[in-house]
Design a protein around this ligand. Sequence first.
Ligand SMILES: Nc1nc(=O)c2c([nH]1)NC[C@@H]1CN(c3ccc(C(=O)N[C@@H](CCC(=O)O)C(=O)O)cc3)CN21
Ligand SMILES: CC(C)C(=O)C(=O)O
Ligand SMILES: [Mg+2]
Length: 267
Amino acid sequence: MSVAPVSVATLSAMKARGERIVSLTCYDACFAHLLDRAGVDLLLVGDSLGMVLQGHATTVPVTVEQMAYHGASVARGRERALLAVDLPFMAAATPERALDSAARLMQEGGAQVVKLEGGEWLAETVRRLSEQGVPVCAHLGLLPQSVNRLGGYRFQGRDETSAERIRREARVMEEAGASLLVLECVPAALAGEISRSLSIPVIGIGAGAGCDGQVLVLHDMLGLNPGRPPSFSRDFMQGCGSIGEAVAAYVEAVRDGSFPAAAETPY
Ligand SMILES: Nc1nc(=O)c2c([nH]1)NC[C@@H]1CN(c3ccc(C(=O)N[C@@H](CCC(=O)O)C(=O)O)cc3)CN21
Ligand SMILES: CC(C)C(=O)C(=O)O
Ligand SMILES: [Mg+2]
């Protein structure tokens, strides 16, 4: 039996009804099939694949071609879940480049939504993509593609000046036509406030339980991180006998609001 596929409109309707949105990163067809059947609403082919699959220290080396390859693999495994693919480092450096990159991610990579990291300087790019029919997911807070400028993977928006900047950038992205927003590593109070003030769904990672949905890196929530996992993640394999059970536990914990708990909300 086939199920109605998720669209950005479905996610908006979920926000309006107060139903939490469940998202995980996904990089291949096998996991796409498993996550889709477990009820994950949004599959994100994240450029985190440069770290978890390729073994790089950052996401900077990842290319559009690699993102398209993994996107196409995930697209072949999904049925119901919406598929978002990250624009990697420098792929949105100019609006023209972003349009070309997004075309590749959608035409070769099966993307239904294109995600891009960054603030106000991307407003024109988001507008141009939206005009061309590309649903855009903005990404604010910690921007891993800027790790070489930031000097590490640190929480953002912890002082009033940077919190106000993130608030303003969130508004600008919505006004420019973004359909979704990811907030990464920002204090829970700020993320909750932004989620309530925007009409588009806000998906948090390290941003507390007050967002409209949650996303984690798949390998982190399966306890497969070789180093120290981020403090905001949870190993859902603990107490579960299979990957399918662990993913089902994550889906339930996000839907009922029990993930993230206080212990997974550092600020
Ligand atoms: N495996 C993995 N998980 C991720 O969540 C992830 C990636 N890779 N790669 C791309 C980015 C990088 N991200 C990261 C990586 C590390 C921390 C981290 O360890 N943060 C510290 C807090 C540092 C501070 O603000 O003091 C932590 O303890 O969570 C956070 C986000 C999130 N993304
Ligand atoms: C963690 C999510 C939001 C991401 O951008 C990625 O996996 O690359
Ligand atoms: Mg990413």
